[in-house]
Ligand binder design. Structure first.
Ligand SMILES: *Cc1c(COP(=O)(O)O)cnc(C)c1O
Length: 972
């Protein structure tokens, strides 16, 4: 007998949901003969690619992991004592396995649907409390992208909040001892806002200068010296100057917190709380401030509210969707942040608790003292009078500095080499006494002295803090129960699982979020993330130690150029919105280079994502809105009129393709032409790349710049609201302006300043996208796009008899997503929110609610969902439609019904006093598939407005919270 052979591990068959038979059936349901026919009817032929993607042949998972291991091995695992905002740390194994490597955590979405996100919301509130406690501030957000951008956000916030005598001041003082990459990011952000930076020594800063509105200092300073900023801050405050302190979170376990020195804001990174350096990221930047600024804080804040039963419930507070609501009036464009990393850092604090955390701080300090005395014994001068973890060693000559460097690198050690004759050494949690001895051996060898300077075998039991009293922290921190309970591994394991089980993620069901592309995050793609060769690399490690990363960047850049049709890429922006900002800054620099710096109008269609206008304003542009027609397409006549009206000031158009309405606009080529004819450039928001890859491309369409949300199209998981990556691709004449970096050279000849703190943004998650492309190959990627369109059109075919579908292409097809119009149900009191909440009872996360059109749902199934899952979702949606019909037909009450009361918790369903006009079974088991297993929401409908009036953003004990309520209701 003859049997066929075929590889059994073809990755695209794992990534794409439907198999061949399912596809045939789905095509029949849609009413087309073949996938190619569907694509022809959907994607306009004028924009189709003429050639298939030219990418390396697809690898299987096994082949990929083997190949990638050999690339990763080219990164050398040196011990880095470089510091400068990045320090080695120990991620507790229990957290690594159960959060960082656990899809139950990393595949979740941003917690907009709070009732099925209580786990990560609690984890984030822990994080906020931790930041508030350690910094000594009144309120903290749930993370920003990194320390550099957090500092820039503080500057922008202060600028918007200038007051009194400084109302029209435009200068911002920057201590020269702020981290170099932070200064670089501040420069980028300052220019378009019209802010001038004054960089100098804070001890001689002239704060009487009326043109200053704010200041930033670093604590401990970049070279390791610890200054007491109390006087500086007091003087600044007398002049109505606001001060932000960039502070090292670990040092705050021992040092007086900046809040107690009077700081108006404190920013930094929580990287060294268990998050691997990862060659620059991702890590959670933190941002804490005074209560007075609570309504203008950038990013997201988690707060406590109540649910319909009066139980405590968490949700995002206040400016949650700031850009969507305020658009061009938004002060910040933060959308994706660093939730997963904030969760890890917060859990690190929960696990260690205040006592162990303090020991970690003390041990680092004690080792640094040992190192100092050893170096002194070798005859070296140490310049930091007060330090936490960083020494500054004077060396007598450049030759000696070079000799130490050679010796150190031979021993596998990196220090920070100042431009002058100083060497910086920063110790960290992973440093042991033997490491201190190894460091001393390097210095000893160069001086020809004995290496046996440090003869002890264990760290002494005690160490003395040799700081001025004012710098020694006396206040408690992390006193809340959550930080004082989960210290054994069983406790923390169960706590993490307890939280995880409250949330819906991709491990439960499809998350059909339009615009957000929640596709498969394959395990094989995730594996390399926790390899030390990827995770344990300092972003400022010398080039010859990071050849693996170099190859990863080069390959990925060239592949992404192939996919987009562009000439060059920057991997620096660490979110989509940062990509927008970076791209617009590149366009700005381009116009300036041609003596056309006055071009500052950005045309943005009314349907654009809220980050677009927010980014444009950050880049110093004026936003002019372009209308959309009734089919959801850009109104070309209006666009032409505005482009011509502003032809002397036109900077760019920001356009999403396919449009946020889920349609391939036929007129896109003409649209780009109009902009070019009027001297502008075209910025494409690449969030919808999943509908382009292999079929068309931004360059083909006529765009000049485009960001790619690698956490949407290219498989980086959403992490519950970050991390993400938003690299930008550009055409040739924009390449010289791609972002540079103050420490490591990146970007073009005329590079703009840095947009992220790290040279390649969140470098350590790039392997995910690398893996995806390597395992799919050009053909697989193209097929994924086609299947994404197939899946969307299948849902459309199944649901369109039940819900009106807004905006379709001319052949009646949608792109990779579609909008269901729910506005007509308002007549019966049913809001789109009610449908979103009811879906939770069916085990689903809602589609995107009210974007880009209020009162609608935008559904994007992605290619990764098999037909069974699409059917299950359709069954839920159809069943909900029947529930709405009961209200329409008067069989159910408009206020007291199964939708209005959704979601239903087990507690509600089992309560003694069930008095609803529908059955308990209908409430919680409305369809049969739920009987096999069900994710129970743990809270009922949350009252968001209540929480905004009574803002509590830390893990206050419930009693305190109830007491506060009364008091705060009276105020609010
Ligand atoms: C997701 C999204 C963005 C923002 O990207 P982030 O990575 O969240 O900053 C911008 N535009 C559109 C259309 C999006 O869907």
């Amino acid at each position: 007998m003859i049997l066929k052979t075929k590889p059994a591990d073809v990755f695209k068959e794992r990534h794409n949901g439907p198999d061949k038979e399912q596809m045939q059936e789905m095509l029949r349901t849609i009413g087309v003969e073949s996938l190619d026919q569907l694509i022809e009817e959907t994607v306009p032929s004028a924009i189709r690619l003429k050639k298939p993607l030219n990418l390396p042949n697809a690898l299987s998972e096994t082949q990929f992991l083997k190949k990638f291991a050999s690339i990763a091995k080219q990164n050398k695992l040196y011990k880095s004592y470089i510091g400068l905002g990045y320090n080695d740390t120990i991620l507790p194994a229990v957290i690594q396995r159960n959060i960082l490597e656990n899809p139950g955590w990393y595949t979740a979405y941003t917690p907009y649907q709070a009732e099925i996100a209580q786990g990560r919301l609690e984890a984030l509130i822990n994080y906020q409390s931790m930041v508030m406690d350690l910094t000594g501030m009144e309120i903290a957000n749930a993370s920003l992208l990194d320390e550099g951008t957090a500092a820039a956000e503080a500057m922008a916030m202060f600028y918007a909040q200038r007051k009194g005598s400084r109302k029209s001041a435009t200068r911002f003082f920057v201590s020269e001892q702020v981290l170099p990459q932070t200064i670089d990011v501040l420069k980028t952000r300052a220019t378009p806002l019209g802010i001038e930076l004054e960089i100098g020594d804070h001890r001689s800063a002239n704060l009487q200068d009326e043109t200053l509105f704010g200041a930033i200092v670093q604590y401990p300073a970049a070279d390791g010296e610890v200054f007491d900023y109390t006087d500086f801050i007091n003087t600044a405050h007398e002049q109505e100057i606001l001060v932000v302190v960039a502070a090292d979170i670990m040092s705050l376990t021992l040092l007086t917190p900046p809040g107690e020195m009077g700081a108006d804001a404190v920013v930094g990174t929580t990287q060294r709380f268990g998050v691997p350096m990862g060659y620059g990221g991702p890590h959670a930047g933190y941002f804490a401030t005074k209560d007075a600024f609570k309504r203008v804080i950038p990013g997201r804040i988690i707060g406590i509210s109540v649910d319909a039963q009066g139980n405590k419930a968490y949700r995002m507070a206040l400016q949650t969707r700031e850009q969507h609501i305020r658009r061009e009036k938004a002060t910040s464009n933060i959308c994706t942040a660093q939730v997963l990393l904030a969760v890890i850092a917060g859990m690190y604090a929960v696990y260690h608790g205040p006592r162990r955390l303090k020991y970690i701080g003390v041990n680092i300090y004690a080792l640094t003292q040992q190192l100092e005395s050893g170096l002194k014994a070798l005859g070296f001068e140490q310049l930091n009078r007060q330090y936490f973890d960083t020494l500054k060693i004077a060396v007598e000559s450049a030759e000696m500095k070079a000799a130490i460097r050679t010796e150190a690198e031979a021993a596998g050690i990196n220090f920070h080499y100042f431009a002058k004759n100083f060497i910086g050494i920063s110790l960290h949690q992973a440093t042991e006494l033997q490491d201190v001895k190894d460091i001393l051996a390097v210095f000893a060898k160069v001086t020809g002295k004995s290496a046996a300077i440090l003869t002890i075998d264990e760290l002494p039991n005690e160490t003395e803090l040799k700081w001025n009293d004012s710098l020694i922290r006396t206040s408690d921190y992390l006193t809340h129960e959550v930080f004082n309970r989960h210290h054994s591994e069983h406790e923390i394991l169960r706590y993490m699982k307890f939280l995880e089980n409250k949330d819906i993620s991709l491990v439960h069901s499809m998350i059909p979020l339009g615009s957000c592309t929640m596709k498969l995050n394959a395990t094989a793609e995730m594996i390399p993330i926790t390899w030390p060769e990827i995770g344990s690399i300092h972003p400022f490690a010398p080039a010859d130690q990071v050849k693996g990363y170099k190859q990863i960047f080069e390959d990925l850049e060239s592949w992404l150029c192939e996919v987009t049709g562009f000439d060059a890429m920057s991997l620096q922006p660490n979110s989509g919105a940062q990509g927008e900002y970076a791209g617009l800054m590149v366009i700005r620099a381009y116009h300036e280079s041609r003596g056309e710096g006055h071009r500052n109008i950005s045309l943005i269609p009314s349907s654009a994502h809220g980050t677009n206008p927010a980014s444009a304003v950050m880049a110093g542009m004026k936003v002019v809105i372009v209308k959309c027609d009734e089919r959801g397409n850009i109104d070309v006549a209006d666009l032409r009129a505005k482009a011509e009206q502003y032809k002397n000031e036109l900077s760019c158009l920001m356009v999403t393709y396919p449009s946020t309405h889920g349609v391939y606009e036929e007129s896109i080529i003409e649209i780009c032409q109009i902009i070019h004819d009027n001297g502008g450039r075209v910025y494409m928001d690449g969030a919808n790349m999943n509908a382009q890859v292999g079929l068309t491309s931004p360059a083909t369409i006529g765009a000049d710049v485009c960001h790619l949300n690698l956490h949407k199209t290219f498989c980086i998981p959403h992490g519950g609201g970050g991390p993400g990556m938003g690299p930008i691709g550009v055409v040739k004449d924009l390449a010289p302006f791609l972002p540079g970096h103050a420490v490591v050279k990146t970007g073009g000849e005329e590079a703009i300043h840095a947009v992220s703190a790290a040279p390649w943004g969140s470098a350590s998650i790039l392997p995910i996208s690398y893996a995806y492309i390597a395992m799919m190959g050009g053909e697989g990627l193209t097929e994924a796009t086609k299947v994404a369109i197939l899946n969307a059109n299948y849902i459309k075919a199944r649901l369109q008899q039940h819900y009106p579908v807004l905006y379709i292409g001319k052949n009646g097809r949608c792109a990779h997503e579609m909008i269901l119009d729910c506005r007509e149900f308002k007549k019966y009191g049913v809001e789109v929110e009610d449908i979103a909440k009811r879906l939770m009872d069916y085990g689903f996360h809602a589609p995107t609610v009210s974007f880009p059109v209020a009162g609608t749902l935008m559904i994007e199934p992605t290619e990764s969902e098999p037909q069974e899952e699409l059917d299950r979702f359709c069954e839920a949606m159809i069943s909900i439609r029947e529930e709405i019909r009961e209200i329409e037909e008067g069989k159910a009450d408009q206020k007291n019904n199964v939708l209005k009361h959704a979601p239903h918790t087990a507690q509600v369903a089992l309560s003694e006093s069930w008095d609803r006009p529908y059955s308990r079974e209908k409430a919680v088991y409305p369809v049969s598939y739920l009987c096999d297993g069900k994710v129970w929401p743990t809270v009922s409908r949350i009252d968001s407005a209540y929480g905004d009036r009574n803002l509590i953003c830390s893990c206050a004990p419930i009693e305190a919270y109830n007491e506060n309520n009364n008091e705060m209701v009276a105020v609010g």
